[in-house]
Design a protein around this ligand. Structure first.
Ligand SMILES: [Fe+2]
Length: 304
């Protein structure tokens, strides 16, 4: 589960971040084309530069010439089979603003049994892409929907962790891997990943220095990163979030999946939650895209 943002953090007194080799961000300023990367598996819509790319062993070189023994990010486009992706994206769009204010607090546990929700079918589909862990098999996946307006980013820079465990004993235990499947394009909203800790003194807790791998949201783009990597979301102008922007943007939609070797505390299963009916497998719900013509109604009228 992610550390939840606080808009108060994002609105803290601004402090300029130390510029770094001409690519670092400053609070309230646009972050230049720093490290948006794309792997060898990139398909349409991908862009490749020296920032982040797959190596032959599926690792990543995230820092230009400085090869890291702990790669931060791995990207794959056109990840899900087309029909599954379309069904998932339509179902999430059909949710509209349902539970939007609590989206980051609505998380579920899936242990690779029969899938009850479309996101759980997606998890089974991407499972083979997740690196093996030395300590044995994964126990399951914590998943939730990320739905936000990039005009009002509500998530500070953070590391994912077992939030309930942290509340109980103050220990930070991270998933083995975190991953994001983007469901749409959006204005701004780059995902920024770093291997430096979040800094409470900065707007949105952005780390110092801001030396990040940046990933542009794109339909069916899958991003995998270490479970202890610091990450956050840039705003609609691809700046470090520092408050609500005047013009609301459409929702940035993504499915977040954290891969655990043990089940985090207090995580319900989707099937027992009663949430998000549109996501249920076999719900039979007819999802109508905005602007689509409903031919059934016309036929009924013509028969009268
Ligand atoms: Fe997170």
């Amino acid at each position: 589960m992610a550390t939840r943002s606080s808009s108060s953090n994002a609105r803290r007194a601004r402090r300029s971040l130390a510029p770094r080799d001409g690519r670092a961000g400053r609070a309230g300023r646009k972050v230049a084309v720093a490290r948006e990367g794309c792997g060898e598996a990139c398909g349409a819509g991908g862009r490749q530069n020296a920032a982040a790319h797959f190596s032959s062993d599926a690792g990543v070189v995230p820092r230009g010439a400085r090869r890291s023994s702990n790669p931060v990010v791995r990207i794959e486009n056109a990840c899900l089979p087309g029909r599954l992706f379309s069904s998932l994206a339509r179902a999430v769009r059909a949710l509209g603003t349902e539970n939007l204010r609590r989206t980051y607090r609505t998380t579920f546990w899936f242990d690779f049994g029969p899938p009850a929700a479309l996101p759980e079918e997606a998890i089974l589909s991407v499972r083979s892409r997740i690196p093996r862990v030395p300590a044995g098999a994964y126990a399951g996946v914590e998943w939730w929907l990320s739905r936000m307006r990039t005009s009002d980013v509500q998530v500070d820079f953070h590391q994912d962790r077992d939030e309930a465990l942290f509340r109980r004993i103050g220990a930070s235990v991270h998933p083995s891997f975190s991953s994001v499947l983007f469901l749409n394009r959006c204005r701004g909203g780059l995902l920024a990943l770093l291997d430096a800790p979040a800094n409470d003194d900065n707007p949105a807790r952005v780390p110092d220095p801001f030396d990040a791998d940046l990933v542009r949201p794109w339909p069916n783009r899958f991003v995998l990163f270490r479970g202890d990597a610091t990450h956050g979301v840039l705003d609609a102008n691809n700046e470090i979030p520092h408050g609500r922007l005047p013009a609301p943007t459409p929702l940035r939609l993504a499915l977040v999946m954290n891969w655990w070797t043990r089940r985090p505390l207090e995580l319900p299963r989707f099937a027992r939650s009663g949430r998000y009916r549109a996501l249920r497998v076999g719900s039979g719900a007819v999802v109508v895209e905005p602007g689509a013509r409903v031919e059934v109604s016309r036929r009924r009228r013509s028969r009268r």
